[in-house]
Design a protein around this ligand. Sequence first.
Ligand SMILES: Nc1nc2c(ncn2[C@@H]2O[C@H](COP(=O)(O)OP(=O)(O)OP(=O)(O)O)[C@@H](O)[C@H]2O)c(=O)[nH]1
Length: 446
Amino acid sequence: MLPNIEQPMAREQGIRVISMMYNLIGRHDLAMSYVEQLINEKPSVSAVCAAHQLRSTALYSSGRSEEFNSKSAEGLNYCSEQNELLWANLIVALQARSLIDQKKYEEAVALLTSRYQYAAESRYERLLHEFNGPLAQAYYGMGQITEAKKHALIVHGAIKQETLDLPKVEALALLYQIAKTEKNYQQALEYHEQYMAAFTAYMDDKSAQQMAYHTAHSEILAQNQKISLLDKDNRLLQLEQEALKHQAAFNRLMIAALVALVLGLAFLAYRSFIARQRFKALAEYDDLTAISNRYHFSASAKEALALCEKGQLPAALIVFDLDHFKQINDQYGHAAGDWALRQTVDTCRNFMRNNDVFGRIGGEEFSILLPGCQSDKAHLLADICRDAICSIDTAASGYEFKLSASFGVTSAEISGYHLTKLIEDADTAMYQAKQLGRNRVHFFQG
Ligand SMILES: Nc1nc2c(ncn2[C@@H]2O[C@H](COP(=O)(O)OP(=O)(O)OP(=O)(O)O)[C@@H](O)[C@H]2O)c(=O)[nH]1
């Protein structure tokens, strides 16, 4: 990845330095990737020429000779056309080295000498020894020892003592070889010692550079690993968050489902309650008059009688039956009969207390249990009811007819607290009332 440097100049110089460093430590592939970027971006002519020179160095050093030949020629043309002669000649020096590697010494000498004047006049030390070094090698290869020695000595003498680079090491090696060939062993020994010292220092320098690169590289790798771990943590947190969101959505759904279920069950329970109430009402109450039917009247009356017996309280029971009801039905119709039954019940209910038990125990036969009531009061109530029934105005039924009822009354004092016996005795009294001419109250005599 290219360094993220905003300033164009700083970016261009940064890339050049990085490429140079990569070339120095032998990472020519990385150096290539950086300089290709500069060549494509074309920030300035000198930057592109520097990049061409760095690309040629990388290709030459990595042994990619065919690519080196074409790309270095391209770089040389460009830099020459643009009059960037320093970079052009540094590329020439590399081409000369390549020719020497191929033992094309004459071609190398011809190439370097054709541009030597510029190098010499530039007074740029690096260019000078980049020319003289290869020239010494080429002349040595051609057997021209004097020329070789001359150029090697220029390199040897021109380079400051403290600077160490490949041309100096190569020049010392060459001078050692020449001194040995000349049988100047004392001189050869001195050059050899210098060569060994320079070579060792050069290698140390290179190792230090590589070490620095590897340290920096390891640090970058460690940083990248940290970043990648943080990324993973981050992703994990995101996943956890998503899982929590899904869980919350699921919980909401479950709660909604539970609420719907509870509401559904509550609705079903309510409907079942209403249905039960309706069944209970149907089972317990007479649907025509809405008072207790025989079954429910019996149950309620028995409960009330048990309490009276337990508390030694009085109780009385009335049974009454409409007179000649069959005639009403026959004469005015069943609907008029029904109307008469409802009116009778509504009329009598007006005179009853809350704890009195009123029920329809037969077709047109009714019974009233009066807990805590003495026989005289029961007799009085029966008479009030009888009178009220007689007074019912039947015009609202659509017909005018006479309504009356016969009443039989008994008490627990006479008949005991058993309902069956009480009804039986009151019934007996009621039949006696009928026999005595109807529309009257008769008390059971025992
Ligand atoms: N409209 C109507 N008539 C009913 C109902 N239940 C019974 N009845 C009628 O009540 C009549 C009772 O007649 P009976 O038992 O002969 O008695 P009655 O005509 O009242 O004569 P007494 O009791 O002797 O005065 C019958 O005709 C039944 O059909 C009812 O719910 N509605």
